[in-house]
Ligand binder design. Sequence first.
Ligand SMILES: *Cc1c(COP(=O)(O)O)cnc(C)c1O
Length: 380
Amino acid sequence: MTLSIENQNKLDEFWAYCVKNQYFNIGYPESADFDYTILERFMRFSINNCGDWAEYCNYLLNSFDFEKEVMEYFADLFKIPFEDSWGYVTNGGTESNMFGCYLGRELFPDGTLYYSKDTHYSVAKIVKLLRIKSQLVDSLPNGEIDYDDLISKIKQDDEKHPIIFANIGTTVRGAIDDISKIQAMIGELGIKREDYYIHADAALSGMILPFVDEPQGFNFADGIDSIGVSGHKMIGSPIPCGIVVAKKRNVDAISVEIDYISAHDKTITGSRNGHTPLMMWCAVKSHSHADFKRRINRSLDLAQHAVQRLQTAGINAWCNKNSITVVFPCPSEAVWKKHCLATSGGQAHLITTAHHLDASKVDALIDDVIKDANGEMIAA
Ligand SMILES: *Cc1c(COP(=O)(O)O)cnc(C)c1O
């Protein structure tokens, strides 16, 4: 490909900008410590994973073999026998969640979807697109769903087939809804297990909890029906992507025949990215369980370091159990703009994703937060 000098310069400038800012990120949960250069040579192919990796497809340039192995990995990680599961590599956590909600709605067309106020904003879009009846449930101060409000809304609606959208690590406060508590309370209403659906939005924490010593329950063995994870968050990827795992028998109910590629489609989009399954495959094949564990422990330790430093300085910082999201009162604009922090409802957070190999970036931010709290000016 040839470009004019002017356009070539524009690309070169963008390259320099990306190199300079590649580890900028402390307010958003995107790990930047990946290296997929081994896959660069595949950029010349129009790889397309339209349809189902488990079936023959007439479109030869697909990476189905790799996608299948990615799904084997996640079935195992989320404790469902591979042959009872089905899922795929999505465009991101949002599509993963949409797929889970779609399955819930197909199973219970008249069911109401219950989701808490701390749920990711995209779920409101999903509810509109799928036209699912829905109810917004209050949150507890730490970001978990308000269990009493959930139950009283199910009762009030006289809902026989609730679809529960559970958060496994909320975006703003890293909170994890207590699945066994939700199940016990729904059971007390006299609703049987086969009469409700639970989807777990584990965009970030789905790649944290399997590697900690005392995880909160969120997998299939804990009674979940589908799980969504983002690939570009804890794992890290240059192209946004995600993974969704569901129960095969629920998926079989939504399968559609596509005659012109001679395959069945169960996924939300038509053409699907064939490169991101290769990336996820490289990620899971190049890290042992112990590697992921070490990487995640480093992030968790760094989050604890941040909480302690801020608390020692008299700043009310905190972190949910097994979370790398450190919440603290929103500093002044000069600080959150300088460090690109996400702020919401008077709170800010920093997220100790895996590219923070040492505390330097986190400490630089904390230094500014402490100075700011003491009324000092912050240099840009
Ligand atoms: C980021 C996030 C999403 C959306 O995931 P994308 O990969 O950005 O589509 C959904 N839920 C939670 C809790 C998230 O943090």
